[in-house]
Design a protein around this ligand. Structure first.
Ligand SMILES: Nc1ncnc2c1ncn2[C@@H]1O[C@H](COP(=O)(O)OP(=O)(O)OP(=O)(O)O)[C@@H](O)[C@H]1O
Ligand SMILES: [Mg+2]
Length: 262
């Protein structure tokens, strides 16, 4: 199986804190790859480096053989799309409009630019509207297409974010804690949605704390702790890896000592 995303010795140093420390892993095309680890392990920072939100101190990432460079919109254009740990969308726009902003990844768009272009776009591009509606239906939001995004339930906002990310027709979709804050029914629906995306040929890179979710979805998992890769393998290999068990146990104990956990 060929790799669609190659992470090579990626490193970032935040004034002395090496949040991501020479991390390398490869994501095989058409698979779901998990990136897990305790709080503060460097997962989101890793996503920020790959998606071009922050520059690495050293190392690189390659998408389908081409080195990823430039801003995040350039990387989206190259075929890399992502969602965020804290939902980011245009609250006052409708569901359909939000999905259509995802199609505008080819524009380096500030919000006013998006809005001015969107007006023209909606008039002219009925095909694009049809495509947006297909995506909205695909993620199960057909009844909400004209609703204000900010009025959706949390789980629906998460699904909208995925629809918007998929609208740019990525090769690789990166999801940062997509199940966070979801109830069990929403989580199960999300598992099914992500599996349908995989069936369509999309490659997924997934950060998630819900272990049942991770283990049931992922083909392969990379584990980070304190910025370093400590393990990699199948869900079963990772679950049984003593270094992984220790990292999670260590994190729990540290939280108890801080008085964080019950
Ligand atoms: N821009 C930044 N400047 C300085 N330190 C940062 C910055 N971003 C992240 N960090 C630090 O880097 C470390 C890794 O953070 P990161 O958000 O990547 O962790 P994470 O694995 O996503 O954790 P969580 O599971 O809690 O989301 C943390 O110690 C964090 O405080
Ligand atoms: Mg994070």
């Amino acid at each position: 199986m060929s790799n669609v995303l190659d992470i090579n010795e990626l490193t970032v140093n935040f004034r002395g804190l090496v949040a991501v420390d020479h991390v390398s892993f490869a994501v095989a095309a058409g698979t779901v790859h998990g990136l897990i680890g305790p709080n503060g392990a460097g997962k989101t920072t890793c996503f920020n480096l790959i998606s071009g939100l922050i520059p690495p101190t050293s190392g690189s990432a390659t998408l389908a053989g081409t080195r990823l460079e430039g801003s995040s919109w350039q990387r989206t254009r190259a075929g890399l799309s992502r969602t965020f740990q804290n939902i980011r969308m245009f609250q006052d726009m409708t569901v359909r409009e939000n999905v259509m902003t995802g199609m505008h990844s080819r524009l380096n768009a500030s919000l006013p630019e998006i809005l001015s272009r969107l007006g023209r776009f909606i008039k002219e591009e009925t095909a694009a509207i049809k495509r947006a509606d297909e995506l909205i239906e695909f993620v199960g939001l057909a009844a909400a297409a004209n609703r204000r995004a900010g009025d959706l339930s949390y789980g629906d906002q998460r699904r909208l974010e995925i629809a918007r990310a998929v609208a740019s027709e990525p090769q690789v979709l990166m999801l940062d804690e997509p199940a966070a804050g979801m109830n069990p029914t929403e989580t199960q629906q999300l598992v099914e949605l992500l599996l349908r995306l995989k069936q369509k040929g999309l490659t997924l890179l997934l950060v998630e704390h819900d272990m049942h979710f991770v283990m049931s979805l992922c083909d392969r998992i990379t584990v980070l702790n304190f910025g370093r890769k400590i393990a990699e393998g199948s869900p079963r290999e990772v679950r049984e890896n003593p270094a992984v068990v220790e990292a999670y146990l260590g994190a729990k104990v540290a939280e108890r000592l801080k008085g964080g956990a019950a």
